[in-house]
Every structure is written in C-alpha cells, then in structure tokens.
Ligand binder design. Structure first.
Ligand code: HEM
Length: 430
C-alpha cells in the first residue's frame, strides 16, 4: 500500500528576502507580528534568520493541535537554545531523551516541594525591599532580578556558600549575553567574536558547578542533591555534563522571565488604582487573577517554536512540509478579541474564580514541552507581590504605559517597571 502525502498548503505571507524579513523581525518584533496579522490573517508564512521557513500561528484550535501532536510529527527546533545552554539542556533535547530528562526534573518543582520554597522567596523579597527608596521613582526590574536569581540559586543549591557569591556575580552578565546570542544570527567564527567571551564565562560556570557537586550533601533536599540522587529507569544517574547544562537551564530560564513579569506587574498595578485598592485588602484570589492577566497582556516570551518532522503534516487549514518551523505567537493569541473579549483591556476580573484554558492562555507554552517551572514561577510571583503589597503602598501614576523592550529572549517594560513607593507603618516599629 502506498501512502499519499497531501500537497503543501501554506498560509500567505510576505515575499521579501530573508535578510529583510529578519531585520524587520529584529527591529519591530511585536509591531511587525501585528501588522502581518492585519494583512494576512491569524496565520502567515515568513522566512527569517535562525528559524528559516516558518509558519506563524495564533488560532486556538491550531495551537491546541500543535501542542498535542506527538514528537514523531513535531518536535524541538534543530536550532535551539542548546546553542547557549549546552547540548544536554532541556531546550536542546528531543523525543525520548527529552521525555526521560523531564521525568527527572519535574518533581523538584512541583507539589509539596513548592511550599518549602515559599519561605526562601519571602526572605529574599524582604531582604531586597529593605533597600527600596521611599517617595522617589526607581526601576524595580533590577530588584526583581536579584530576588528571582537568589531564589532560584537557593532552591537549586540549598545552603549559601562561597560559590553563591561567585554565581551571583557571574550569572547576570552571562545570562544577558547568552540571551542576546540566542536571538542573533552570529556564527562562532572570528577573533573578536562575542561567543569567545561567552565561552570563557561558561568555563568559569562549569568550574563553580564542579565544586558544588563535590560538596553536595548526598541526602540534601535541594534540586542539585535531588539530581545527584535521581536514577533513570535503567538505574544509571545523570552525568556531570547533564547536571551542568540542566542547572544552567534552570538558573537562566528561571530568573529573567519571572523578574520581567514582576516588573510588568508593578507597571500595570500603578496604572490601575481601583485594582490596587482591592488588592490591598489581601484578596489572594484577585492577586492570582492579576498575575494571570499580567501574563496575558504582557507575555515576556512572545513566541514558542516547534519543527515539523514529517512531510505532509496537517495542521488545521494547512499542510506543512518537513523542516518548517511552526511559531506559536503567544502575543497574538493573547491579544485576540475573539479569544479574550476586549483583549486590549487589562482586567484581572476576567480570571476571577475561573481557570484559564491552557491552550489559549499560553505564557508558559504548552503540551509536553510546557514550561517546567510554571508552578514555581507562579508561586514566586505570588509571594513577591503579596509581600510587596503587605509592606508597601505602590503610588499610582497617570503616566502612559511603559513600552516593550527586548532584552534578547524576554521582553521587559522599557523603563524597568518604575515605581514610587511608601513603606506601610508597622504599628510597633518607629
Ligand atoms: C514567568 C516566568 C516564566 C515564563 C513566562 C516561562 C516561559 C517559558 C516558555 C514559553 C517555555 C517554552 C514552552 C514551550 O515551548 O511550549 C518555557 C520552557 C521552560 N521553562 Fe520556563 N518560564 C518561566 C519560568 C521558569 C522557571 C522559574 C523555570 C525553572 C525553575 C523555568 C524552566 C523552564 C524549562 C526547563 C523549560 C523547558 C521545558 C521543556 O523543554 O520541557 N521557567 N518557559
């Protein structure tokens, strides 16, 4: 019996050469997507550096179908974040290897373990908020970055030690450079290439992790100890290279995304005084709904990607050839009035008492590759904002909303989520 492959059916798209489309994508990422949607509809074909030929989708049914398709049909992109995080990072793995690693890495970030991290996040928040100036404007993003970096470092490595200070120094420039290199089509050749600096930092990082592995307590309950104890089904453990790449993945994926979302939360809250007043009563359900709405209206990752592995892959209205990338536009589906009525309006009440549909509300991506740290990030954002609103009044503003600013992988508010705050009186303290 012969099987017939259906003829290719691609959505329409611009005909400009790859370099021109790439320049447009780099300089106008979000506006460009909206313009393409206005011109071609909710799916379009592009040709851009890094991804190559790609179909951008934002229709809920097509997104759901993509996220639920097996790895024999669609899987990880061949060009992926493994370029910066290492070949054994979750972001680099596909198929069974990805499944195997995911099974080992999910437990430390779920269930009862999360409750244990709450205390760490609150401690780090209180420590950072103690440095906040009263009555003068300042950007909250640097503070959010320190809180989330320290929180993930402590969750991953347990007790603080000399290596902590070194990682705290090394990681911010390392992550910033890696994040830029991940989205720029720069090869590793040439003497003054930024990859050289990146590789030097990677060697420093590996040396620190080696020392931490040597010191790790065999019965500890931090993520590193759990990784050292974990076994694949065949009884073997994770190699040193696997541990090093996965830890870097967790530290990188786990801090900038959460920090930029928190900076957006501050930016949004200051522009919604009625909501702020409601939150000040300590309504935790409304706080949860607010976090959902911040992530809907200000998703810090605008795209997630898969690659077609079989010719004739049928995706809703389209039939795609092997090798094409499929880019799910998180920003476009979140901004679609047909999916979220009055999508442009920031209104947390739309989520009050309702769980979002996880194929429509997708700041963490979806399916078998959905963000592994989603529950951890949600807990963390909730603890930081709860502590902030407990200890401070955020002074509302009538200034225009902050613009989007690309930091490489994540989008942050352009002014860093500027705030003016007043410390609440604690009654007893003077
Ligand atoms: C607000 C914060 C965060 C956002 C918006 C975010 C977003 C994302 C997105 C969009 C993906 C790709 C999903 C897909 O392709 O379907 C992803 C994957 C991932 N994230 Fe997050 N993330 C956040 C926080 C975290 C944290 C705190 C951690 C670690 C503790 C983490 C670890 C990971 C890992 C390991 C993956 C790869 C999962 C896989 O390939 O199976 N993320 N994240």
């Amino acid at each position: 019996m012969t099987t017939m492959t259906r003829p290719v059916a691609l959505p329409p798209g611009p005909a400009a050469p790859r370099a021109v489309q790439g320049a447009y994508a780099l300089t106008q990422p979000l506006r460009g997507m909206r313009r393409l949607r206005a011109r071609y509809g909710d799916a379009f074909t592009v040709n851009v550096p890094i991804f190559g030929n790609a179909v951008v989708i934002s229709d809920p049914a097509e997104i759901k179908q993509l996220f639920t398709s097996g790895p024999e049909l669609v899987d990880n992109l061949e060009v992926n974040l493994g370029r910066v995080l290492g070949p054994r990072s979750m972001f680099a793995l596909s198929g069974d290897e990805h499944k195997r690693q995911r099974k080992l890495l999910v437990p430390p970030f779920h269930g009862k373990r999360l409750a244990a991290y709450e205390r760490i996040v609150e401690e780090e928040t209180v420590r950072e908020l103690a440095t906040w100036p009263e009555g003068t404007p300042f950007a909250t993003l640097p503070s959010m970055m320190r809180i989330t970096l320290n929180a993930i470092l402590r969750a991953v490595f347990g007790a603080e030690g000399a290596e902590f200070a070194e990682l705290r120094e090394l990681l911010p420039p390392f992550v910033t450079l890696g994040s830029r290199l991940a989205v720029l089509p720069i090869t590793k050749r040439g003497r003054f290439n930024p990859w050289r600096r990146f590789e030097k930092m990677r060697r420093e990082y590996d040396a620190i992790v080696d020392r931490l592995i040597a010191k790790a307590s065999p019965d500890g309950d931090d993520v590193l100890a759990m990784m050292l104890q974990s076994r694949y089904d065949d009884g073997s453990g994770l190699s040193r290279e696997e541990i090093s790449d996965q830890l870097l993945t967790l530290l990188t994926a786990g801090h900038e995304t959460t920090a930029t979302t928190l900076a957006w939360a501050v930016e949004r809250l200051r522009r919604h005084p009625a909501l702020l007043a409601e939150l000040e009563t300590g309504d935790s359900k409304l706080l949860d709904a607010t976090i959902l709405e911040v992530q809907r209206t200000r998703p810090v990752i605008d795209l997630t990607a898969r690659q077609v592995k079989q010719d004739g892959f049928e995706l809703g209205r389209w039939t795609l050839p092997k090798g094409y990338a499929v880019l799910v536009s998180i920003a476009l589906i979140h901004d679609d009035d047909a999916v979220f009525p009055q999508a442009a309006k920031f209104d947390p009440h739309r989520f009050a008492g309702a769980r979002p549909d996880l194929y429509q509300w997708i700041p963490f991506g979806g399916g078998t590759r959905r963000c592994l740290g989603a529950a951890f990030a949600t807990m963390e954002m909730s603890v930081v904002l709860r502590t902030l609103l407990r200890d401070f009044t955020l002074v509302p503003t009538t200034e225009a909303g902050e613009r989007w600013h690309s930091r490489g992988v994540a989008y942050a508010p352009a002014k860093g989520g500027r705030a003016v705050v007043r410390r609440r009186s604690t009654g007893g303290d003077s």
